[in-house]
Design a protein. Sequence first.
Lengths: 325, 332
Amino acid sequence: MSLLLDVRGLSTHYVSARGTRVTRAVDQVSFALEEGETLGIVGESGSGKTTLALSLLRLLPPAARIVAGEVRFEGDDLLRKPAAEMRRIRGKRIAMILQDPMASLNPLFTIGDQVAEPIRIHEGAGRRGAWVRARELLRAVRISAPELRVREYPHQMSGGMRQRIVGAIAISCEPRLLIADEPTTSLDVTIQAQYLNLLRDLQRAHHLAMIFITHNLGIVAKMCDRVAVMYAGRMVEGGPIRKIFNAPAHPYTKALLESIPRLGDGRARLTAIDGQPPDPANPPAGCAFHPRCPRVMDHCRKEAPPELVVGESQTARCWLAADRR
Amino acid sequence: MTVPILEARNLTKHFPVKRGLLGRGSDVVRAVDDVSFAIEPGRTLGVVGESGCGKTTTAKLVLHLEAPTSGAIRFEGRDLQTFDGGALREYRRSVQAVFQDPYASLNPRMRVGSIIAEPLVTNESLPAGAARKRVAHLLEVVGLPERSADLFPHEFSGGQRQRIAIARALALSPKLVVLDEPVSALDVSIRAQILNLLRDLQSRLGLSYLFIAHDLAAVAHMSHTIAVMYLGKIVEIGNAETVAATPRHPYTQALFSAALPSHPDEKRDEVVVTGEVPSPLAPPAGCRFHPRCPHAMARCSAEEPALLPEAGRLVACHLYTGVRVSVGAAAR
């Protein structure tokens, strides 16, 4: 296996119009992804997981600035690429699937046009050739009767079909990395299972690396090899999923795993996490989780813990992990 | 046996759909079709199913926001249709609701104190002092500080807003609370807080719940009885642990097998259902699940299965009716 993506010390801040207020949406995040591997980025709203994904593709809104770090993809730092070269990477080398398929598809163009568009732009294929490929891609994402569907419009499809079409567009140029931002949140349970199985089949067929951005630990358990847990802009824990699920090193990860109802366990009460997730514009001093942490110490209130290695390829930002070493 | 708080008998709701030019000719959406269930005092009925299965319409019927096309709702043994104005007012006080989105269900221009007191003001002419006292008590019950009464909804997080919505629902001391996806819009770390609060309130106040959600694990955790709906029909209903541990209807099996694992090593039997939920405008003949069912037989497309007892719960499936064949043989 070889390293596909290596993110080091990435920090993205939102700066207010006058430059007086700075929100550290992504703060000193580092992780790596091998070819064909799946990484789950989990976090609650405001934890910075979507900003992190948009930073990788440099698709940030104007108020956001990448202030530090590097994003090495296939060896090159994406943050140093000229804009024109970035455009050739997006959709071709790195593709993205967003939560709401209706927002990703243009209601005025046929499905065939939209699936064929990246093939025509990135590979310079003619219209006829691109449409042939589009039909194959629709078949690959299990759309029935693709020769009829290419002439139809997004509103004629169900939610699950639309999301599969977005998937077809994403894999149309054989990317190396697919970033999926909450891809199944708008889908029903059985349709979600179908879609996740489809993504896994596509991943195996094309040896794709994937990044799953989600708030759902179940998706991580089902789909991912590694996981990065985000809290208030920082990656508080990262590592292989079995290690994280069996022996979480950060109290937040531990609490999150315990707070979720499971099928077949007869617990009368769930272990709840007290308090609220912090306001990203105004996080607590020290470790951002300290006001909610059951094992808070004096040190946690004053100084934010650095990223500590707690085991083989497992890291945690927690002072407890410093003792554990 | 105790009299159920609420009982639905053959409850049916059809919505007419205008078709064609000038709206002539009409079809009906069978949103809820011949559904029966009972909610016992102090217990929770969980309703699960995918979009379009009729769970929200069921909630609306129970809240008396929609009138049933046929069938009846009985509240404490009395038929709702026989209720006069006074009795209906009493019913509406006794049955309250908490909805999914606490950003949409609270008026942003009202202070939290007035939001919680509003049902008191409109239903009981309480003096201001007494109302304030009730509000303070309700805030305490849902775990919010007393000073919250003077603030506006935007000053609260999602979880706190849902607490406010619960306090408002409790203001009139209801007997039944309809919870329509009460935690779906909340952050993961907050959901357990609200689920625990709802369970505590149930044991403290003896409330009954109609709990509607698509998160199967949350429904199984909260409910005493689970009803699984598909295209307006209940396909399986029974004790929550029984249904969750050994689902019998192929749709319930598919639903629980499609639920996400809680651990990477958790392996489930994959019950593959192909296709998507058909339109409720033209539900399939016979068993409505038969086009997607891995066990479908000739009989399933012709004859609608009745909800019959099977292994300690009710199941509507031909696999368990008539000639007894083992499930394995029928699958082949």
